[in-house]
Design a protein around this ligand. Sequence first.
Ligand SMILES: [Zn+2]
Length: 172
Amino acid sequence: MLSILEVKKITEGYSRPVVEGEAYYESGLLFGVGLIEKKGTVLRCQGLAVQTSATSGKPHEIDVEIDLKLEVGNRITSLKCSCIAGLSSKCKHAVATVLWLTRHAEEDLSDVSCTDLEQQWGKLKTSGKPLLEGCRLTELCHFKQIKRAEVQVPEETRKKWADILTKCKFYN
Ligand SMILES: [Zn+2]
C-alpha cells in the first residue's frame, strides 16, 4: 500500500537503517501491522515488534500515520517507535514496519480492536509459550483479523489451521 520511496524518505538516504530494518523484517520479528483508525485518506497504523535484546519483554510499538492523498514518497506524516532509538524514526522497527506497508495491501492490515496491549501482553507472557515459536499476530487479541471476502480453502489447509488454533490458547 506504500511505495518504496517512503522507505527512502524516512531513512533520509542512509542505507544502514534500511539494511537493519530489512534484516529485522526478514527475520520475522515484526508481528505485523494493524489499523487503529481510518479517517478519509488518513490511516493510523500500529506495528508490534519483538525486542531482540529481551524477547520475552513487551514488544515495541510503532505508530505510523499515513495520508494517502499526499504525493507518493511523502505519505508518512508521523512515525514513532517506543524503543530508545525510536524518536529518530530510523530505528529498525520503524523501518521494518514501513517495509511491511510497502509489501502489503491495505486489506492485509489487521484490525486493532483492543487497545489494552499491556494486559494482552501479560497474558501472552504468562501462558508460557515461547514467544518466538510461531506466535501469530492474531493470537494477540490486540489484533483481530478483518473479515475478508469469501475464499475457498482446501480441506487440508483448514485442518492445519484448526490444528494451529487449538494448540495455542492464550485467553480464558
Ligand atoms: Zn524502534
